[in-house]
Design a protein around this ligand. Structure first.
Ligand SMILES: [Zn+2]
Ligand SMILES: [Zn+2]
Length: 275
């Protein structure tokens, strides 16, 4: 028997009166990661993987207001997430938040940037109106994490650069209104692709990246609980948006029509959307 279906709902109408959060993925992938999350009167940048000039260009393209940005929060120290530090922090004149491990690894980049705030796994923290909860990630970095960013009862979950997703993280993601979820590679494309064996092993390891199948198994659990899903950190070599989206759609099955599904690109900014 098919699972009991929830009433179809328009995300716009369901929440238009409540939700003040907007998100634009300025870019996601090995060339750079940066996401703009906006609340009622402030915003944050998640990661700083593009140069300051490119970040400002993409912010302007999506018509985001850089003046609203109050902080940069970092998931981990890999170059595709911190390339623009500290130039972006200086340009925006905002503090940088990250786990101790991440900040320690960015030390050389951040030396002259005074406003660093260490966050601790398991401890939520606030930035203006946002409540932010770090979500532990499993990745070959010092102390990587994802985040759940909430404001006025709405929340966005961002989870990329992890080799596995624990049941605990799935529970956290279920509470979100929108998620940015890694769908890095197609296992078959990775297997037959040009990468050296060692790199292939690293990518598919427990401290590597989530495959399309791993993302699919998360979505199978979430069903239509999260009405807005953006697939992220797609590999250019070992994946393509059509494959990632088809896999995600297949996993959602019956619930796919209730979920707005898209794939982020590293070459261009996605639209600034209200969740
Ligand atoms: Zn990484
Ligand atoms: Zn990355």
């Amino acid at each position: 028997m098919p699972p009991k279906k929830r009433e179809p709902k328009s995300i716009e109408s369901r929440r238009a009166d409540l939700i003040t959060m907007r998100i634009a993925v300025l870019g996601s992938g090995s060339r750079g990661n940066c996401t703009y999350i906006e609340g009622s009167d402030s915003a944050i940048l998640l990661d700083a993987g593009f140069s300051a000039a490119e970040t400002m260009r993409r912010l302007a393209l999506v018509k985001a207001d850089p003046g609203m940005i109050r902080a940069i929060i970092l998931t981990h120290e890999h170059t595709d997430h911190v390339r623009g530090l500290p130039a972006i922090a200086r340009r925006l004149n905002v503090p940088v938040y990250g786990t101790e491990g991440t900040l320690a690894c960015c030390h050389a980049r951040l030396e002259r940037h005074g406003a660093l705030t260490a966050i601790r796994m398991g401890d939520g923290f606030g930035i203006e109106g946002f409540e932010i909860e770090p979500l532990a990630a499993s990745h070959d970095a010092w102390e990587p994490c994802g985040f759940r960013v909430s404001e006025n009862g709405a929340s966005i979950g961002c989870y990329t650069d992890s080799g596995v997703v624990s049941p605990r993280i799935i529970e956290d993601l279920k509470k979100c209104d929108a998620i940015l979820l890694e769908s890095n590679h197609c296992p078959e494309m990775l297997r037959t692709g040009p990468y050296p064996e060692m790199l292939k092993r690293r990518i598919r390891s427990k401290r590597g990246h989530l495959s399309n199948l791993a993302a699919a198994s998360v979505l199978r659990e979430l069903k239509s609980d999260v009405p807005y899903v953006i697939l992220a950190h797609l590999s250019e070599v070992n994946n393509n948006p059509a494959k990632a989206l088809a896999c995600a759609r297949g996993a959602l099955g019956f619930f796919a029509e209730d979920v707005v599904l898209s794939a982020a690109s590293q070459h261009e900014a996605g639209p600034l959307v209200r969740i």
